[in-house]
Design a protein around this ligand. Structure first.
Ligand SMILES: *[C@@H]1O[C@H](CO)[C@@H](O)[C@H](O)[C@H]1NC(C)=O
Ligand SMILES: *[C@@H]1O[C@H](CO)[C@@H](O)[C@H](O)[C@H]1NC(C)=O
Ligand SMILES: *[C@@H]1O[C@H](CO)[C@@H](O)[C@H](O)[C@H]1NC(C)=O
Length: 501
């Protein structure tokens, strides 16, 4: 080879290397910033090992998956192992819910669009749909069906928890007022007794209690009541027979109730464990507590009149972030974790004091993760992304986010496998619990039935959907209204339909 051609070939190699390098860079940045564009062009799902299985047909894979997620039921598993799919048609969801004047960062300018385009952050957050692990969408949201299911129980839906449950409740209210969530009369009216979220022992607790009740000035309430009355007169449609059986008075009682009890336990239960048991000299007057007596409320429904064909009441509960040393001064970290374990056990056992005539379906919702540096996250991620696997990192700040997975494990054990759990109840009649997928509503039996309801992945994959800047502090624990909160409510309805609750 002559010197000239050798130089030429070495130049050629340099050039090829440079071009390859540029391509790799391009592809890497495209993937980082526009993963969904890449996915839209290249159907990566077909090549990568993302789990896609049919819960009914591939029983073997199903078992492996089930063991990994801690014994979730097949429908529940598909629910929590899904992924977010871009859907620009939903971008204005929460914009339609409010006047967007709040100072919360959810309404600030989008970072994904050119400055001055007027696009809000909420539009980026809302433009995604949660798809189940089997690639299918969740059950369709239906205001009418949700309301009718509520009417079929003497108290309907009952929610208990902290400010995150409040967020889910508020989103649910907006969803129940679709398609005109802001124009009065609202389909469901919200009334509330706003006891202070923080109070001093001396002033005495007043609970924070919310009701959503059908508004008879709205066409939905009027139509349902008319259908009921026609059914009673024997003039209704066949499918309205069910409505006819519900006592007329029930239409004027709340469909959804929400009470704040951030710890799920009562003051007496916590005193017994923390003060008497662990010897922590708690000063209640400085603690943050909103301890609505939710079990007493549930028990009181046993005295309501029932009717032939009445269904179980549906209860959604959670606690977690408020189990941290800052709320129980002067407890140590180790004491706090132990106190949580012991108190949750006590709360679960307390169900035995509920009247046996009550039919309750109690789902314990997994605590939703907070995400470190959420203000830097602009897109949903997959559940394999580091932001979803380790949302908090070694976080040690307020509310102890890094404890949530461990707290969820305890809750899964109790509510998902305890003596009132659907798994324990069905074990007595069905040898192979995996066969539960073939059972319908009957597997829930009657009386009090509990389950752990896992929506961790749905939230863990949304580091972008938190409030982020809220006035003067960073809030990477709470969420903007239309994203995660709305999808948790959707997922709840999905489970209610799928499991025939
Ligand atoms: C959302 O609202 C914006 C501005 O108000 C509008 O331009 C856009 O078309 C809306 N998107 C959808 C999907 O309705
Ligand atoms: C909610 O409804 C219940 C039952 O009708 C009622 O006793 C209670 O006072 C209501 N509370 C509020 C805050 O509206
Ligand atoms: C609480 O229970 C969980 C799960 O059973 C366990 O891993 C953890 O060690 C317990 N914590 C304490 C402090 O006992």
């Amino acid at each position: 080879m002559s010197l000239g051609s050798r130089r030429l070939s070495s130049h050629l190699i340099q050039l090829i290397t440079l071009i390859t390098f540029i391509w790799v860079l391009l592809l890497a940045s495209l993937w980082t910033f526009h993963a969904d564009t890449v996915r839209a062009v290249i159907p990566l799902d077909k090549f990568t090992a993302w789990p896609s299985y049919d819960p009914v047909d591939s029983a073997k894979d199903d078992r492996i998956q089930l063991l990994q997620v801690g014994d979730a039921s097949p429908t529940r598993l598909a629910l929590s192992s899904g992924r977010w799919q871009s859907n620009p048609a939903h971008q204005n969801l929460s914009l339609q819910w409010t006047d967007a004047s709040s100072r919360y960062n959810c309404w600030s300018e989008s970072e994904l669009h050119p400055k001055g385009s007027g696009v809000r952050r909420s539009q980026d957050i809302d433009a995604w749909d949660w798809m189940k692990g089997d690639g299918e969408p969740l059950e369709d949201w239906s205001v009418e069906r949700f309301v009718i299911r509520g009417l079929q129980s003497r108290f309907g839906y009952f929610m208990v928890g902290d400010s995150l449950t409040d967020g889910i409740f508020v989103a649910l209210h907006r969803m129940l007022c679709e398609p005109n969530p802001t124009s009065h009369p609202l389909a469901l009216e919200r009334t509330y007794g706003h006891g202070p979220v923080r109070w001093k022992h001396a002033t005495g607790p007043e609970v924070y209690y919310n009701n959503l009740t059908l508004n008879m000035a709205h066409s939905l309430g009027k139509a349902l009541l008319e259908r009921h009355d026609s059914a009673v007169d024997g003039k209704g449609e066949k499918e309205d027979e069910l409505l006819g059986k519900i006592p007329r008075q029930r239409f004027f009682e709340p469909i959804v109730r929400f009470v704040r009890n951030s710890n799920l336990a009562s003051e007496e239960e916590m005193e017994e464990i923390l003060i008497e048991g662990l010897g922590i000299p708690l000063d209640w007057t400085i603690q943050l507590r909103t301890l609505a007596p939710w079990r007493e409320y549930l028990a009181s429904y046993a005295d309501y009149d029932g009717w032939d064909g009445e269904k179980a009441g549906i209860v959604l509960i959670n606690t977690g972030p408020h189990w941290e040393p800052d709320r129980f001064k002067p407890s140590t970290e180790a004491q706090m974790q132990l106190a949580y374990n012991l108190t949750m056990q006590k709360v679960y056992e307390s169900l035995s004091a509920l009247p046996s005539t009550l039919d309750l379906r109690i789902l314990y919702r997994s605590t939703l993760p907070g995400h470190k540096d959420c203000e830097k996250k602009l897109y949903p991620v997959t559940k394999y992304d580091d932001a979803a696997v380790h949302p908090t990192g070694p976080f040690t700040g307020p509310y102890h986010w890094h404890w949530f997975p461990q707290y969820n494990d305890v809750a899964r054990e109790l509510w998902g496998r305890g003596r009132w759990s659907v798994r324990s109840k069905s074990r007595s009649t069905i040898e192979d619990k995996w066969e539960r997928r073939h059972l319908s509503q009957d597997s829930w039996g009657s009386g009090i039935v509990t389950d752990y309801w896992d929506v961790w992945n749905l939230a863990a994959t949304r580091p972008d959907a938190h409030v982020a800047w809220a006035n003067r502090f960073m809030d990477c624990l709470h969420w903007c209204s239309g994203g995660v909160y709305a999808w948790v409510a959707r997922a709840w309805w999905h489970t209610i339909v799928q499991e025939g609750l």
